[in-house]
Design a binder for this molecule. Structure first.
Ligand code: PLP
Length: 392
């Protein structure tokens, strides 16, 4: 029986292993490590998101978790998907999401992927440069395009900003030249960084969009759709605001900056829909100390940075860990993965407080592990297989 929640800070109430998964995990004899995803919880998160952002178009960021069963939840809800490659397009089509509900949001695309996406009826493509705009015009003639804006934000635990987007004046040029290239400009997008813990971070980019809209109107154009990206957080070891707080802050910023001329709204949630629905079941391989008087214990799990926990890079994402509840004493613990790479340390700068009697063979559950995990796993470093994944 696994009971105690072993984390450096108390978990906010209600953050436990999803009940349906706990039942399964307590009975399974599957060898560790593996990820299990509760599709019902994904459906509940999706319904909540659609409720608070009523009227918005929703494009789920497939890269967060491309499991067919997760995409089928999207297909049934009538929602759409945001993809980055032809392979992700195929996954969506196979799950029953038609091209008209797919958005190609990657601003760095292969020409053949653009052509394929166009052929299967993909509705829209993102660009952030003149070269990419020309590429889309050539391989997806007549397509709808939206321009990704570079925005400066703080408060994201996994920033996505610097690499993508262009500044407002370049965005304006791209939107203007889209028509000349035979494309249909349909709006702008931005992303305030993933695991964004501050709902007020959408306001400055929304103000920027309103400013762009004013300039476009002088040319007889208009913004159309504003795609406010993803970034909505999942609960890890620190509490986060409720999704309704994000919707309220965003709607109020839209009203303030657009007034009566409200654009259509699109959202691209990834993490918030799937993270809390996943649990990685691991086993302790070794507990040791580096010297007799070492105040820290080292806990080596059978799943590490190369087994799907890439977002522990710089200790950015701090997953809640559930350990056996035998001993109430807690020891500062450095948590590491199983490979022969010294980069494969999950938490060292801020150690976790784990039971003093933790030992090899104990099961450790990694919570909120449904987003950005199994697809990051290496194909066979040290002979370790990619993380197994299943859905309940
Ligand atoms: C990854 C990504 C998202 C999803 O971000 P989350 O922080 O997981 O919600 C949305 N839009 C684009 C373009 C992305 O690349």
């Amino acid at each position: 029986m696994l009971t105690a929640l072993s984390i450096a800070r108390p978990l906010p109430l209600g953050h436990t292993v999803p009940a349906r998964l706990e039942h399964f995990l307590d009975r399974t004899s599957l060898p560790t490590p593996f990820l299990v995803v509760d599709r019902q919880l994904v459906a509940e998160r999706l319904a909540a998101m659609l409720r608070v952002f009523e009227g918005a178009q929703l494009y789920y960021a497939v890269k967060a978790n491309p499991l067919p069963q997760v995409l089928e939840v999207l297909a049934r809800s009538g929602g759409g998907c945001d993809v980055a490659s032809a392979a992700e397009v195929r996954l969506c089509l196979k799950a029953g999401i038609p091209g008209a509900r797919i958005s190609f949001g990657n601003t760095i695309k292969r020409p053949e992927d653009i052509a394929f996406a166009h052929a299967v009826g993909i509705a829209r493509f993102a660009v952030d440069s003149a070269e990419e705009l020309e590429k889309v015009a050539r391989f997806a003639p007549g397509a709808r395009v939206f321009v990704r804006l570079l925005v400066e934000t703080v408060g994201a635990q996994w920033p996505l900003s610097r690499k993508f987007g262009c500044d407002a004046s370049m965005a304006l040029e791209l939107l203007r030249s889209a028509t000349a290239l035979g494309l249909e400009p349909c709006g702008v997008s931005f992303h305030v960084g993933s695991q964004q813990t501050d709902p007020s971070q959408w306001e400055a980019p929304i103000a920027l969009c309103a400013d762009l809209d004013r300039q476009l109107r002088r040319d007889g154009l208009e913004l159309g759709t504003i795609n406010i990206g993803g970034g909505f957080p999942a609960q890890y070891t620190t509490p986060i605001p409720d999704i309704s707080a994000y919707a309220a802050a965003i709607k109020s910023a839209l009203r303030k900056h657009f007034g009566e001329r409200m654009p259509a709204l699109a959202i691209e949630p990834g993490r918030a829909l799937v993270a809390e629905a996943g649990v990685i079941e691991t086993s302790v391989l070794l507990v040791s100390r580096k010297s007799r008087g070492d105040a820290h214990q080292w806990v080596y799990l059978d799943c590490g940075k190369f087994g799907g926990l890439a977002e522990t890079m710089d200790e950015a994402i701090r997953y809640p860990l559930v350990t056996p509840g035998r001993d109430a004493s807690r020891v500062p613990s450095i948590v590491a993965g199983p490979t022969c790479d010294s980069a494969d340390i999950l938490y060292e700068r801020t150690p976790y407080l784990l039971p003093g009697d933790l030992r090899a063979g104990d099961r450790v559950r990694i919570l909120s592990a449904g987003a950005y995990t199994y697809t990051y796993a290496s194909v066979g470093f040290n002979g370790l297989p990619p993380l197994r994944v299943l859905c309940r």
